[in-house]
Design a protein around this ligand. Structure first.
Ligand SMILES: *Cc1c(COP(=O)(O)O)cnc(C)c1O
Length: 362
């Protein structure tokens, strides 16, 4: 199951979903009904599981869009069934029952799994298509809690079997659990972060074949010199101590290049690391250009590198910001056009307002 929530972890859900399916994924997962609708509008027909809780007002859209809802309590069962009748679905609506085995976030208590499953089975409009749970600490150092969750999940499955309930597709593992504990694979694994070539945590080494797919690029849009004593950007947090060559890069925190990278961020120009000077603004930042390189207007700036291990990789930036890779990529805003390549060829461009300007330039 390819997890493409949060617009495919910032990579673009539709393109990622299509590639994942072409590569053999059987299912997709999103967090919200809206995200599922986007996939359907793009013509994607694969089963789409909505992982998060939905509002009652979203049920009819979800059912009409053939999304698979997660059931965690009895409340939604009559609503989904009634909606299925109203929309006159000819086939039963598939739902997955989520059991909370220790995350304490979303899901039914293991003790109520059988009762809820019976309630689903009692409705001809519904079909119990799967049962799942979610690990809280699969990327942690100590595996005790993960093992305890797996045990609780196994005993829930046992309860269902004893009650002669067929649970459908059984799944529990996210990326971290899949990389570490193949014994919990069950019928499918829910792969999010690893799908994008990023690691759930620096402590987990990805297999060699999993490489980051995403880079963020901009261009030098102005070049000038600071004189000794000149300050740069809002708040004047940087002052040149000597004559310094400087370049303007038109990307900022509104694009998801976080303000926390002010004065500490590093980008790459002609393969050379360049330091950010002063504050990252909403739409721009300023970088220092080392004397060793010759730079022209329009030269490409590698803002985020697809190469793992470098300072301006997603993982490197996550470390600088004291966060995780997930937050760095999901924070990239839609203002950054997404350009998809295969080999050297551009195969698709998604720019927010569909102006097509990017396609002309790339
Ligand atoms: C986001 C999510 C995943 C994927 O997690 P990764 O760590 O990105 O692999 C799997 N299951 C659930 C319930 C999720 O919310």
């Amino acid at each position: 199951m390819a997890v493409v929530k949060a617009d495919g972890y910032g990579h673009g859900a539709v393109m990622v979903a299509r590639e994942a399916i072409a590569a053999g994924a059987s299912h997709l997962a999103v967090a919200t009904v809206d995200e599922g609708v986007v996939l359907r509008r793009a013509g994607i027909a694969a089963p789409v599981l909505v992982l998060g809780p939905v509002d009652l007002s979203e049920v009819s859209t979800a059912v009409a869009s053939r999304l698979t809802l997660t059931i965690s309590d009895s409340r939604f069962i009559p609503v989904v069934a009634r909606t299925a009748r109203v929309i006159a679905r000819t086939e039963p609506v598939p739902v997955h029952l989520k059991v909370d085995t220790g995350m304490n976030r979303f899901g039914a208590k293991p003790e109520s799994a059988v009762r809820i499953a019976h309630q689903i089975e009692a409705r001809p409009e519904l079909r119990l298509d799967g049962i799942y749970s979610h690990f809280a600490d699969a990327d942690g150092e100590d595996d005790t809690f993960t093992m305890a969750q797996a045990d609780r999940f196994a005993s829930s499955l046992g309860d269902l079997r004893n009650a002669r309930i067929s649970p459908g597709i059984v799944h529990i593992s996210n990326s971290a659990a899949t990389l570490r504990y193949r014994e919990f694979d069950h019928d499918l694994v829910r792969i999010g972060i690893a799908l994008y070539g990023l690691s759930p945590t620096p402590a987990i080494m990805l297999p060699m074949e999993l490489r980051p797919t995403l880079g963020v690029y901009s261009r030098v849009s102005r070049l000038w010199n600071l004189e000794r004593g000149d300050s740069v950007s809002y708040g004047r947090t940087y002052t040149a101590t000597r004559r310094e060559r400087i370049g303007l890069v038109p990307i900022g925190y509104a694009d998801g290049y976080r303000r926390g990278l002010s004065s500490v961020g590093v980008v790459r120009l002609k393969g050379v690391e360049c330091a950010i000077r002063g504050r990252v603004c909403m739409d721009q930042f300023v970088l220092s250009i080392p004397d060793s390189i010759e730079v022209h207007l329009g030269d490409q700036v590698e803002v985020i590198s697809p190469r793992p291990g470098v300072v301006n990789s997603v993982a490197g930036i996550a470390r600088q910001l004291d966060t995780i890779d997930y937050e760095v990529v999901t924070g990239l805003s839609r203002r950054i056009p997404r350009i998809y390549t295969k080999g050297q060829a551009v195969v698709a461009v998604q720019d927010l307002h569909a102006l097509g300007l990017v396609a002309e330039h790339s």
